[in-house]
Design a protein. Structure first.
Length: 200
């Protein structure tokens, strides 16, 4: 398979790239480095990426940001950071990327535990994650050319736990192998419209 991984240099992305490179051809895209550069918050940037890269059998997105802050400190523009990036960025990736997928291809998006189990300072991030979940479940009903779409939603990954543990008191760090397997399940399995939750 020829697989595009957007965000392949991040904490999770590096491990996902390493796993798929054992068996498949992997192309990595990112905002500042990679085989191709792309800013998913910009639809034109996504279009340019695919015009340069050509067709794939699978697209994986492990990218997107949202503002973390106390609810009373968030203004309207703060919410639009996550809306433009992690929500509409991934929506546009599906909207545009489907045209560059081979038949029977797949798209895998990313969210996280905040959609189901938010913590403080995550009103914006939790909202965006929940929106992506609903989008995936709805758009799976309408994808053409037998294209599948899923989203991997993980808890706080072990490799980032020390940095973020104060935000997630009592949460169990998720082994990276379990998180990577979620992406393998989405790409290599037959599921469609699934929210692949990896929380424990």
């Amino acid at each position: 398979m020829k697989i595009l991984i957007i965000g392949g240099h991040g904490t999770i992305g590096k491990k996902v790239v390493s796993r798929f490179r054992d068996t498949d051809e992997v192309v990595v895209a990112g905002r500042t480095k990679g085989d191709f550069l792309v800013d998913i918050a910009n639809g034109s940037s996504i279009e340019t990426l695919f015009q340069k890269s050509g067709a794939f059998d699978a697209i994986i997105c492990i990218a997107g940001e949202a503002k973390w802050a106390n609810f009373n400190e968030l203004d309207e523009e703060d919410y639009y950071i996550g809306i433009r990036s992690k929500l509409m960025g991934q929506v546009n990736l599906v909207r545009i990327g489907q045209n560059y997928l081979n038949s029977l291809g797949s798209i895998t998006l990313c969210t996280g535990v905040l959609a189901d189990d938010p913590v403080i300072k995550t009103a914006s991030a939790a909202m965006v994650n929940g929106g992506v979940h609903s989008f995936v479940q709805a758009v799976a009903l309408e994808m053409e050319n037998d294209i599948r779409i899923n989203v991997v939603s993980s808890g706080m990954v072990a490799d980032a736990y020390e940095k973020y543990k104060d935000y997630f008191p009592g949460h169990n760090p998720i082994p990276m192998e379990k998180v990577v397997n979620g992406y393998v399940r989405s790409v290599k399995g037959k599921g469609n419209g699934e929210v692949i939750r990896i929380y424990d």
